[in-house]
Design a protein around this ligand. Structure first.
Ligand SMILES: *Cc1c(COP(=O)(O)O)cnc(C)c1O
Length: 378
């Protein structure tokens, strides 16, 4: 037992002193809401995503809702997504008045199965929301081939995929709408927040309106409201944190990939056969390894709770991402039930998230792997 070692959380933000100083400067400046820092952060993000327009918001969730509104999606429309995501992904579909449709996941990638996605398309389908769970993108060529063939809009839930790539291109630098989250646990954070990559300046202007009460500059008095917007703007305090985080993004991604490599080498080639657990995919040139998730061997309904409790005895934190959305009460009330998406239900019941964050060391990885092996290998 190693209870004497300090608690190892599954995730923890790293905020450097320069960032803390930059936040102090904003606080003393007399301008703390959306202003020059937000503009500077958006300019950096746009450059990072190959010059595409980018707007920032106060959450990742609202970026997806706003993308659906810009695409004109509403009542009568169906939007296809996965049940293994944070519930935000499906909630935004309901929020705009459309109907969520789930497609089961691929057991290897744990992302939406693109064959099942295509099979779920009906004449009412207007958009798809793929989720890049743990930072692993789907087959992006295939995704956009399906979208183009069926004339569907895509809202990429890339909340976990900041810094991930596909065939040497950054996620966000191509495609349709791409949504990122800067929530506290994400690879870069603004405390809470998010950004949306858009296709053109018309969409960006519309995003600005939805972001702030529908307000637009026009007419002699310079203000009008012509759509219903909300209150979703990012503050300069948040943007100062984001700028400080963004300065380290390449180091963050490289370190997470190095930690993931170390996880795989510590688990070794025999771990899956010996334990019955399933490791994530090795995808060092695509995934940013936002999360390192294993699927536990099935030992009954308390499998995950027991495992998490035993990890806690080693003073190691774990999490789970995610419980299947379609089995939540509000979704059951819409007609979803057990048995509809068996792979999602199995992974949702048995997945567990091991520690992975920028300040983590290779010694921390070794400690986590030793605990997992002690628990799972008899
Ligand atoms: C974090 C996250 C979101 C929501 O982002 P918020 O910034 O918390 O609104 C949505 N989808 C996924 C997959 C996420 O990980």
């Amino acid at each position: 037992m190693s209870a004497a070692l300090p608690f190892l959380p599954f995730s923890k933000p790293t905020i450097d002193e320069a960032t803390i100083a930059a936040v102090g400067e904003v606080l003393r400046s007399g301008w703390i809401t959306s202003g020059p820092k937000v503009q500077a952060f958006e300019a950096k993000l746009s450059e990072y995503f190959g010059g595409r327009p980018v707007r920032t918001f106060n959450s990742g969730t609202c970026t997806m809702e706003i993308a659906l509104r810009i695409a004109g999606i509403g009542p009568g429309d169906e939007v296809i997504t996965t049940s293994i995501s944070w519930v935000a992904t499906a909630n935004v579909i309901i929020e705009v008045g459309a109907t969520p449709v789930f497609a089961d996941i691929d057991p290897v990638t744990r992302n939406i199965d693109l064959d099942k996605l295509e099979a779920a398309i009906t004449p009412r389908t207007k958009a798809i929301i793929p989720v890049y769970l743990s930072g692993l993108p789907v087959d992006m060529d295939r995704l956009y081939a399906i979208a183009n063939k069926h004339k569907l809009r895509v809202v990429e839930d890339a909340a976990q995929a900041f810094g991930s790539e596909w065939k040497g291109k950054r996620i966000g630098a191509f495609g349709d709408f791409v949504s990122f989250s800067f929530q506290a646990n994400k690879n870069i954070t603004t405390g809470e927040g998010g950004c949306l990559v858009l296709n053109n300046e018309d969409e960006a202007r519309l995003a600005e309106k939805y972001r702030l009460q529908g307000v637009t500059r026009s007419g002699v008095d310079g203000i009008d409201v012509d759509v219903l917007g909300g209150k979703y703007n990012m503050s300069d305090i948040m943007a100062a944190i984001g700028l400080g985080q963004f300065a380290n993004i390449d180091a963050i991604t490289a370190h997470r990939r190095a930690l993931a490599r170390h996880y795989f080498s510590c688990f070794g080639p025999d771990f899956e056969a010996q334990s019955g657990a399933q490791l994530p995919l090795q995808a060092f040139d695509t995934s940013n390894y936002h999360l390192f998730q294993i699927v536990l061997p099935d030992q009954g309904p308390d499998t995950r709770a027991n495992f998490m409790r035993k990890m806690a005895e080693y003073n190691i934190g774990t999490g789970y991402h995610y419980a299947p959305i379609h089995l939540f009460t509000m979704y059951r009330a819409r007609g979803f039930k057990e048995g509809m998406f068996p792979v999602s239900e199995k992974v949702g019941r048995l997945t567990v998230t091991l520690p992975m964050f920028y300040a983590m060391t290779t010694a921390d990885v070794e400690r986590a792997v030793a605990a997992v092996k002690a628990i799972l290998i008899k």
